[in-house]
Design a protein around this ligand. Structure first.
Ligand code: PEP
Ligand code: MN
Length: 337
């Protein structure tokens, strides 16, 4: 449930409510809205009686949250969350584009890609240093060297870095080099990883599990939010269906559905979502039209030589021409790109 404080309620009243919730064995999560403070209450509903809390000073009302996800729900926080990282705002008017290779392979490959995508308007450099590959025989990434190269190239080009973290013990190291921690589809339900990522207090890009429902996806986000890390982006990257022509089926309807249910920004990955380079632009247009707050796109200077995901990677020049077209789509739906 949520406790909605009266407009202008003093800090001392908020503290009393928090203390009462904690005395009753619950957890309190405070969200300071523009007009009023809202306190999310997590815990055993049998001991946390709404009437007890309603009677406290400066409490306007106590409202139940019917969804199983609480802190990520719009009932808890009606205004959309905007995540600010340096001068980039994710979840505002701008559609933020993250682009780069599937995996960092070498300094030249990363540099060539990064320069191309930056020039075309990407704000965030993506690239895998630690790759969660389906096969243990596939390229596993450059590891630490990949992290170092991402930071170096992104700093030279004034870009942000998003890269995947695949295990809890690696979170501090990856957080030292990346601006956004990516949790991949294979780890969406890795609760120990989600907890540590929540504690890291860093922006997180959480990818939808390839077999996860929207509710399961939001429950995964909840693991991060319960550590009072609200800087979570939800990334739709396609789900498994019976279709085999595409690598995954990009769930376009998940974009407005997530916005309806949650205040968190929604990013779309049209590369893993389709698995085919020629589909990436169509999927990106659809994603922006459906309200995506950002895109994450795989780009490689020589896709035919890529060590991973070449088939779905765009050449920098094709990425640039796509960005031109996407600007117009964004404008048509009242966004900027
Ligand atoms: C990636 O973005 O590099 C990646 C591995 O994606 P996913 O976890 O969606 O497969
Ligand atoms: Mn990939």
């Amino acid at each position: 449930m949520i406790v909605v404080m009266k407009m202008g309620a003093p800090k001392s009243s908020v503290e009393s409510v928090v203390n009462r919730i904690e005395d009753l064995g619950g957890q309190a999560h405070i969200v300071q809205g523009t007009e009023r403070t809202v306190i999310g209450v997590i815990g055993d509903q049998r001991t946390l009686n709404p009437q007890t809390l309603e009677a406290l000073a400066d409490v306007e009302k106590v409202v139940p949250i019917l969804h199983p996800f609480k802190l990520s729900s719009r009932d808890f926080k009606p205004e959309r969350t905007v995540i600010s990282i340096e001068d980039v705002k994710i979840g505002g008017d701008e559609v933020v584009v993250m682009a780069g290779p599937c995996a960092v392979e070498s300094e030249e490959q990363l540099w060539e890609t990064a320069q191309g995508v930056k020039k075309a308007g990407a704000k965030v450099l993506r690239g895998g240093a630690f790759k969660p590959r389906t096969s243990p025989y596939s390229f596993q990434g450059l590891g630490f060297e990949g992290l170092r190269l991402l930071r170096k190239v992104a700093d030279e080009l004034e870009m942000l870095v998003v890269t995947e973290v695949i295990s809890p013990e690696m979170v501090p190291l990856v957080a030292e080099y990346a601006d956004i921690l990516q949790v991949g589809t294979r780890n969406m339900s890795n609760h120990s990883l989600l907890r540590v990522v929540g504690q890291a207090q860093r922006p997180v890009l959480l990818k939808r599990g390839m077999m996860a429902t929207i509710e399961e996806f939001l429950m995964a986000a909840e693991y991060i939010l319960t550590h009072d890390n609200y800087q979570v982006m939800l990334c739709e990257r396609g789900i498994r269906t019976f279709e085999t022509f595409t690598r995954n089926t990009l769930d376009i309807s998940a974009i407005p559905a997530l916005h309806e249910l949650s205040h968190l920004p929604v990013i779309v990955d049209p590369s893993h979502g389709t698995g085919k380079a020629f589909l990436v632009e169509y999927a990106s247009r659809a994603a922006i039209a459906a309200g995506a707050d950002g895109l994450m796109v795989e780009v490689h200077p020589h896709p035919e030589e890529a060590l991973s995901d070449g088939a779905q990677s765009l050449r920098p020049e094709d990425f640039a021409s796509m960005m031109g077209d996407l600007k117009r789509v964004a404008m048509a739906v009242g966004r900027v790109l």
